[in-house]
Design a protein around this ligand. Structure first.
Ligand code: FES
Length: 148
């Protein structure tokens, strides 16, 4: 079977995936606008209503949401913590919370992992790993303030 016939037999979606396998994941390393080198958020000060729909995922331990370039987490112990969504490695806005290893922050772009204190757990290249920026949280009834 010729390549053209083979691709046609797979259908358009599969043929596209084979022809352009690097779109998406590889573009993260390409320095495109909105990719790396995003500034770490500063002047953060906002309040979440924990009874609102946007905060629904914070009703369970291990749940998190993102807002204003901040990852807001209800950790596995039921405490609220917040960190920059912008990774300290190369500035991609891809930091998320993982409910494993006791609960860690993780950036999927190159695999950086951080303690909830922001301390790096690994380094993904030769450079010294930098801490992830952590924000303060303050709970008052059903209102959660996230600030510096
Ligand atoms: S930008 Fe490299 S691990 Fe996050």
């Amino acid at each position: 079977m010729e390549r053209k016939q083979f691709l046609r037999s797979l259908g358009a979606g599969a043929a596209f995936a084979i022809a352009f396998p690097c779109l998406g994941a590889c573009s993260k390393d390409g320095g495109e606008p909105g990719g790396g080198n995003t500034p770490v958020p500063t002047g953060v000060d906002f309040t979440l209503d924990l009874q609102s729909a946007e905060s629904e995922k914070l009703s369970r331990n291990g749940g998190f949401i993102t807002k204003n370039s901040v990852v807001i987490v209800k950790n596995l112990e039921g405490n609220f913590v917040a960190a920059s969504q912008v990774c300290s490695h190369q500035g991609y806005e891809e930091v998320r919370f993982l409910d494993r290893d006791g609960g860690i922050f993780y950036c999927e772009v190159h695999g950086s992992r951080f303690e909830q204190s922001g301390k790096p757990l690994n380094k993904v290249d030769q450079a010294q790993a930098k801490s992830l920026k952590i924000f303060k949280t303050e709970l008052s009834g059903a209102l959660l303030r996230v600030f510096e």
